[in-house]
Design a protein around this ligand. Structure first.
Ligand SMILES: [Zn+2]
Length: 263
C-alpha cells in the first residue's frame, strides 16, 4: 500500500475567490496547496473592462502572504483572445458525454478541468436524509455513471484532463437558505480529496500528471519546480472557516476526515 507520494506543487486552473474581506479569508486555503491559479472573478458588479481586471488582480496580490506565489489571473474573454491557437477548456466537466467529447477530440487544442466534488459524489449526496445545500453546485452533481466516467478520465493520465477545483466560497447562511446559492468551497480539502480519489482508483501514479503537469502543458507554462509530499495521514477538514464580520463558510467535507495530508 502506498504510504506517501511526492508531487510537483499543483496549480488550480479554475478558482473563485470573491473580493474584500472574503478574499482575504479564503485565499490562504488555496495558496497553501497551489502555486498558481486562474481566477474566475464572478464579482458583483462584474468585471467588464481590462482596467477592472487589473485592479482586481492587484487586490488579489495584496491579499497574498508576502513572498509566495505567482498568480495567473484572467477572465474568460481575454483568455481566449490571449491564445491565438484558440485552445478551449471545458471547465468543470460533469458528464460522461463531456469526457467522451474531450477523448474524441483530435485537434490537440481541447482540455478539461474536473472538480473534487464531481469525482467524489453523485447527485444523491444532495438528498441524503434531507436537503444538503452544501453539496449544491453548478453544474449540479450528476448520476453515478457520470461520476464513474469522470473518475476514469481524471485518473487515466490523459494529458487533456487537469485540475480545476471551481472552489467557490459562500457564507453558510446564504447556502442554508430558502433559496440557497450554488457553489462549493473545496479549497481547504482540494488536494486531500484528489489524493483520496486517485488512491481509491489505484492511480496515484497518474496524480502528478493531473494535478501539476497537464495544466501547465496545456497553457504553455513551465511546471512548478517545488515538490510536496502527501502522506496517508488523517486530515480533519475544518467545520467552518470564519470570515471577518462574524460570518462563516462551511467547506467541502467540513467536519469529516480524509485519509491524505501534506507533510
Ligand atoms: Zn466556476
Amino acid at each position: 500500500m502506498t504510504r506517501s507520494i511526492t508531487l510537483r506543487r499543483p496549480d488550480d486552473w479554475h478558482l473563485h475567490l470573491r473580493d474584500g474581506e472574503v478574499l482575504k479569508a479564503v485565499l490562504r486555503h488555496t495558496t497553501k496547496q497551489f502555486a498558481r491559479a486562474i481566477v474566475m472573478p464572478n464579482l458583483k458588479p462584474p468585471i467588464t473592462r481590462v482596467a477592472l481586471a487589473r485592479d482586481y488582480r492587484e487586490r488579489i496580490l495584496a491579499a497574498l502572504d508576502p513572498g509566495e506565489a505567482v498568480f495567473i489571473e484572467t477572465i474568460l474573454r481575454p483568455l481566449l483572445k490571449d491564445f491565438p491557437a484558440l485552445k478551449v477548456v471545458l471547465e468543470h466537466i460533469t458528464t460522461e458525454s463531456a469526457a467522451d467529447f474531450v477523448l474524441a477530440d483530435t485537434s490537440g487544442r481541447l482540455g478539461a478541468t474536473i472538480t473534487p466534488q464531481h469525482l467524489m459524489f453523485n447527485r444523491n449526496a444532495m438528498f441524503t436524509g434531507g436537503l444538503r445545500p452544501h453539496f449544491y453546485c453548478l453544474p449540479v452533481l450528476k448520476r453515478e455513471r457520470h461520476r464513474l466516467a469522470l473518475r476514469k478520465a481524471a485518473t487515466s493520465g490523459d494529458p487533456r484532463f487537469f485540475l480545476g477545483t471551481d472552489s467557490a466560497p459562500h457564507f453558510r447562511a446564504l447556502k442554508e437558505a430558502g433559496c440557497g446559492c450554488a457553489g462549493i468551497f473545496n479549497a481547504p480539502a482540494a488536494m486531500h480529496s484528489y489524493c483520496t480519489v486517485f488512491d481509491e482508483e489505484k492511480a496515484l501514479g497518474s496524480l502528478e500528471a493531473f494535478s501539476s503537469l497537464n495544466g501547465p502543458r496545456f497553457y504553455g507554462l513551465p511546471p512548478n519546480e517545488d515538490w510536496v509530499t502527501w502522506t496517508r495521514t488523517d486530515y480533519l477538514v475544518p467545520e467552518d472557516i470564519p470570515v471577518p464580520g462574524g460570518a462563516t463558510i462551511h467547506p467541502f467535507l467540513g467536519g469529516t476526515k480524509l485519509a491524505w495530508s501534506a507533510s
